[in-house]
Design a protein. Sequence first.
Lengths: 319, 104
Amino acid sequence: VTAASTGDVGSDALELVARQRPTSPCQEKLDRLGWVTCEWFEVDGYRFAIRSTSAMFGAWVGETLAHYRSPRQPADHPSDALYSVVAEDEPREEELARRRFSIIYQSGWGIVRTMDLPFLAEQLIRHVDALRAPIRDDAIFLEVGTVVVDGNVCIIPAVLQPAVQKANRRARRAGLVCPGGMHAAIDLDTGDLIPSVIQLRIPPDAFNDARKRFADRADEMTWQPFAPTPVSALLFAGGDGPAHLHPVSRATALRELAPRIRNVRVLGGAAFRGLSRLVAEASCYEGVWHSTDGMLEIMSAAATNPYVAERTQDTLVAR
Amino acid sequence: MERRLMALVKPRVRSDLTIVDLDGEATVYDDATGDLHTLNPTATIVLHLCDGSATINELSTELAGVFDTPKEEIEPQVRALLRKFRRAGLLEPDPRTRSEGAVA
């Protein structure tokens, strides 16, 4: 940012903004990528930018979120983008053989990593929609990740979701599907995981359009809760010590999940009653692991009940 | 005088709290403050007995029977627990008390 490009804003103020901008090694690397689009949007008074390395993807985002476009302001800088989407335009023929991941970064965090660009497009809109979660009352919005094994849904800490997605191929080999996203909508009355209703004003065929536009970069659709689905297990990350998976009380699970409710101020006690229904029906575990494979194994075990399936790798101990 | 007043207090859990019981452990959410409290099984039993129908003395007698423990041993623990409940704002203020925290 230079003073010349910023109109009335003084250079001192800009330096202050630059100093205040959180930087991380990942953020700095991101900033150096070749961003070809960067658009600003405003949802319920909250301004944010989405940038992309793909002109085609950027165009789709611009059209889909057209209702929320916000004029760029003098102090806006591409590095302040909330979402950074790394995707390839028209992959060259030789690249089709070794397909690459498309990734959504939220600030410096990789939150969705997939080879299915239409799916990534939908996930991006779901993330933008989730910005409104704190003011919604149609479901409990939890900041968590999910993994699915043989149809059994296991809720995991949101911070683990990127790690699972990074190990996507290994996860699939282990029979573990990672839907992506870092939010889950929970039915207030049943505690089931439900498909969250997108409340943003977007074209009704936006996702079909993405599937058509990015058909050459589609993959098998990743699992999503198309219908209300009971949660089989809750897994929390433990501290130090040998790798293990052991049950925790449901009250402990509720206490761990409570700070993850994004709309507790709107729902109040109803959020806890709904969440207690989820917790009451699920097996609750704490796990410790020391490797990605160990993490995947523990997630898989938690989702399918370790007290039935004997696990041996990574010195897994069921207590 | 204050001691006599205290003997008459019948602790009552605030009716506007959300209390969720899971496997005998209560989780209490206070909508007014946003505070979340997790109670162990014993504290959960005491909390559920605080329905405004019994004095601390009567509560202690009941709990002594449940835990098969002398009442003299139980009562100081019940009072200490009720003080914690009171400090956490889980109990209705008693109109007969003159100051916060003087109840239990």
